[in-house]
Design a protein around this ligand. Structure first.
Ligand code: SF4
Ligand code: SF4
Length: 318
């Protein structure tokens, strides 16, 4: 195990151990996989791989094997590319997981009023494409007394919220303890970090979308086109594994705002929530607010039967 793998903790090193290189996947397996996928068109996004990657990116090693010097060069390269492509000066950092920290998120359904302030704050914070707008959070509107995800509506366009007779149920990446999405990735472009956050290396992802099919929560999004972002919309404080602008042809998702939360701040969705419905913190700290919620409330996890062990919890005031 390399030093960098040790530093990433057991989850990352397990993944890195099982890692099959993206380049070897492309070289050895691409013909077979394309043949298999051609009938369904599932691998169509691979066509964009060459177009989106410069030689530096293509020759880049897997994130978990990068030494500090190589990583620093990559971060500077992304800053330069962003300045060139979007005309804005940004800083790309790589905050690491802290010792003794596993993050969790709790949401009080009694307080959620369906305003979707969390959705727009997330889009802004994480430099999501605006056209079409990519959203990590879906707020599902359902009839009170029912709980049918299939019949829920997250495209509601009510003039006022909350609507009488409705309740609201926000869903995003559940940061599963046993994430099926990482298991199916053929090139280990997505993995579970020691602090409980599942990340994607956008420079390693080949856009096959297997992870999207594996996620029981529809939490992943695919960039069908280059992100459309005005320089005035860009959040210049970026993380390599989080909110840097993603290329076309890769998958992205909520990462608990790790460029903020690993430095002691709250996620953008939580700060924007007008009702205080969201709680975020360290599950390993018995004094944290989220630990208190888990001790004192009857919490619910979504699709428990899937065996994913979410670190996203729902509760009510009842
Ligand atoms: Fe992966 Fe989906 Fe779980 Fe998020 S919610 S960790 S994307 S399986
Ligand atoms: Fe891995 Fe998902 Fe990217 Fe495919 S689309 S390479 S499964 S992260």
């Amino acid at each position: 195990m390399s030093d960098s793998e040790k530093a990433r903790g057991p989850a990352a090193s397990d993944d890195a151990g099982a890692h099959r290189g993206r380049r070897s996947f492309l070289k050895a397996g691409l013909g077979t996989v394309i043949a298999a996928g051609a009938a369904t068109g599932i691998l169509a996004p691979l066509r964009h791989l060459r177009a989106r990657t410069g030689l530096d990116t293509l020759l880049q090693d897997h994130y978990t094997r990068l030494d500090a010097e190589s990583l620093a060069l990559i971060l500077r390269r992304i800053e330069e590319e962003t300045a060139r492509d979007y005309g804005v000066k940004v800083t790309v950092r790589d905050p690491k997981p802290g010792d003794g920290v596993v993050f969790g998120h709790a949401l009080n359904l009694s307080l959620c009023n369906g305003s979707r302030k969390c959705v727009s704050a997330c889009v802004k914070e994480n430099n999501q494409s605006r056209d079409p707008e990519i959203q990590y959070i879906r707020v599902l509107e359902m009839a009170q007394g029912s709980f049918n995800l299939e019949e829920s509506n997250h495209h509601y366009d009510d003039e006022r919220v909350p609507q009488e007779g409705k309740f609201y149920f926000p869903v995003q990446c559940q940061q599963c303890e046993k994430p099926p999405c990482t298991k199916v990735c053929p090139v280990t472009a997505t993995w579970l970090e020691p602090d409980g956050i599942t990340v994607v290396d956008y420079d390693w992802c080949i856009g096959c979308r297997y992870c999207m099919a594996a996620c029981p929560y529809e939490a992943r999004r695919f960039n069908w086109s280059w992100p459309v972002l005005s320089k005035y919309d860009i959040n210049p404080d970026m993380g390599y594994l989080s909110n840097r602008i993603r290329p076309r042809g890769v998958v992205e998702k909520c990462h608990f705002c790790l460029h903020r939360t690993r430095e002691g701040k709250f996620p953008a969705c939580m700060e924007a929530c007008p009702t205080g419905a969201r709680i975020y913190g360290n599950l390993l700290d018995p004094e944290s607010e989220i630990s208190l919620i888990l001790r004192t409330k009857r919490v619910y996890v979504l699709k428990e039967e899937a065996g994913t062990i979410p670190r996203f919890f729902y509760y009510t005031d009842a």
